[in-house]
Write a protein that binds this ligand. Structure first.
Ligand code: ACM
Ligand code: ZN
Length: 526
């Protein structure tokens, strides 16, 4: 665990105020590991500002220029030769780390990689004073920082409700502001299929459409607002590029073998009963799932994954594996014949059908492996006998985090009780309680050995969109709690009272960018 923010010299800010300078503050969120204020005058943005950047950091220079324009009203120039904001890399530094050296004549941002430079540039942006009268400046300082966890994710479900490419780019901008480096894109579910797959045209003709939606949990009423849409291959590649420019990897999810009603409505022959099936207008866990007893199902799922791997270059592909009831498989002659042919027997704590799921997931995992990819799944994959290199998203409880990490899986922390921002129960919490439920949650459960704790590679917040039909609600759920998750991912020391002023500064940035946020949280700093 990292800790410590050091202040060496603090006198000059007051001395400069008479000059009508607005001096910023490097105590941003996530809080950098070391902030050392140094002697000397601040760096002023009043005159000519030129970003000096080698060509390979051109994209990051462009992002910094746009950020500075947003904050200061004037876009800096970018030059490969000479400037007073200097971007550089130093491979001796931690890969995602950065160092900011800020003085009167220059502001230098050095990163261990382009990602590090970007995080340094974001810290500079967030450290700037709020817009106002007078010249903006940053104090003379050295700031050093690097994130603790390599996987810093955020998941968005576009199956229950559909979100446009342009809006997904905005969500990626929000993620980027928080130092997130993985966009987990939940692309398929019972209520909608969003990926065209060659040879299976009905997936988008049938599966990407539903005529209405239940109006509230437990209601008998349905609206008649169609939910429809899918992404073309080019659009998905565009999202991958847009995210990569911001040092974010897109990990697609095809949720197998449960949560498949949209696919079954399109191709009923892939289910145990043969259907007919419908794209459901209500939510929950459905008994109709893919039939792993049929060769056609295996061929279908493999074709989907081949297409997904063509589009997405990520090392990991998420294959779901959650909430797959076994009732149909228990009754299905094809599933039972498969179990027999494979010689599967019930073993202690694992039914034949649970092991059939492991077999099915393994078929898919080898499809990924053949192209050098790895599988990610929800923690139900632990119910079978999964290979150790499967990355597990532990969602059902903090004890699932313990189980996954102690069984040796690279583990991503995302328990529903803390990191599902769409959870209606936890959305009802207000003010300090709402933020502390996320912020104070310890990613590493008690009782793990050091080695087991080392299997925790990061965390992610998740937004499931059953009850999120538009951007206003999406942002309301996402913000500002994402900043709380981001501090945990970054490894910042936990101190809620110290965090709240930083969070308030974040909400000022959200306001400037027109992003909605959960307004009751402001109670916490009143
Ligand atoms: C999940 O929330 N079913 C992964
Ligand atoms: Zn079956």
């Amino acid at each position: 665990m990292k800790y410590g923010v050091f202040f060496a010299f603090v006198a000059l800010a007051a001395a400069s105020c008479g000059n009508n300078l607005r001096i910023g503050d490097f105590s941003v969120s996530p809080i950098p590991e070391n902030i050392t204020l140094t002697e000397g005058k601040p760096f002023e943005f009043g005159g000519r500002v030129v970003i000096q950047s080698p060509n390979e950091l051109g994209t990051i220079a462009g992002l910094l220029a746009s950020d500075l324009e947003e904050a200061l009203g004037k876009k800096p120039e970018i030059s490969v030769k000479k400037g007073n904001i200097i971007l550089a890399t130093d491979s001796a530094m931690p890969k995602e780390g950065y160092r900011i050296e800020c003085g009167k004549d220059a502001l230098k941002i050095t990163g261990g990689s382009p990602a590090g430079v970007l995080y340094g540039a974001r810290t500079v942006y967030k450290a700037l004073p709020s817009p106002g009268e007078g010249r903006a400046a940053l104090p003379a300082a050295v700031v050093e920082d690097s994130p603790e966890y390599p996987y810093r994710g955020f998941m968005v479900d576009v199956a229950r409700h559909f979100f446009s490419v342009d809006y997904l780019k905005e969500l990626i901008d929000i993620m980027s502001l928080h130092g997130i480096n993985v966009f987990h894109w939940h692309l398929t579910d019972d209520q909608g299929w969003r990926v065209p797959v060659p040879g299976y045209p009905k997936l988008t003709e049938v599966g990407s459409f539903r005529p209405g939606t239940i109006v509230a949990p437990g209601s008998d009423e349905y609206d008649t607002i169609p939910v429809v849409g899918f992404y073309t291959e080019d659009e998905m590649k565009e999202i991958v590029r847009y995210a990569a420019d911001r040092q974010i990897t897109v990990i697609p999810e095809i949720d197998l073998p449960g949560h498949m009603l949209a696919a079954l409505a399109s191709y009923p022959e892939l289910g145990c009963t043969g259907g007919p099936y419908e794209v459901p207008q209500r939510f929950g866990v459905f008994e109709d799932v893919l039939c792993p007893g049929k060769d056609a199902t295996i061929a279908f799922a493999k074709a989907v994954l081949e297409e997904v791997m063509d589009i997405f270059p990520s090392e990991y592909i998420h294959l779901g594996g959650d909430e797959c009831p076994k009732e149909r498989w228990e009754e299905c002659p094809d599933c039972q014949a498969r179990i027999k042919a494979l010689g599967i027997k019930a073993i202690k704590g694992k039914s034949k059908e649970e092991q059939l799921q492991t077999w099915f997931m393994d078929q898919m995992r080898s499809t990924l492996k053949a192209r050098g990819r790895k599988m990610m799944g929800w923690d139900e994959v632990l119910e079978g006998t999964p290979d150790k290199d499967i990355v597990v998203c532990a969602w059902t409880s903090p004890s699932a985090v313990s189980r996954s990490a102690s069984e040796g899986h690279p583990t991503i922390v995302c328990p529903i009780q803390h990191y599902y921002f769409s959870n209606p129960r936890f959305n009802k919490l207000q003010g300090r309680e709402s933020i502390s439920r996320v912020y104070d949650f310890n990613m590493v459960p008690d009782g793990l050995t050091l080695e087991q704790a080392g299997n925790i590679i990061g965390s992610q917040a998740c937004i499931w969109t059953e009850w999120v039909a538009d951007s206003t609600k999406m942002e309301w759920e996402m913000l500002p709690r994402l900043a709380a998750v981001a501090e945990s991912q970054w490894g910042c020391p936990k101190d809620l009272d110290a965090f709240l002023p930083r969070l308030k500064r974040m909400t000022e940035l959200y306001d400037r960018r027109g992003w909605n946020w959960k307004e009751d949280i402001a109670e916490a700093w009143k």
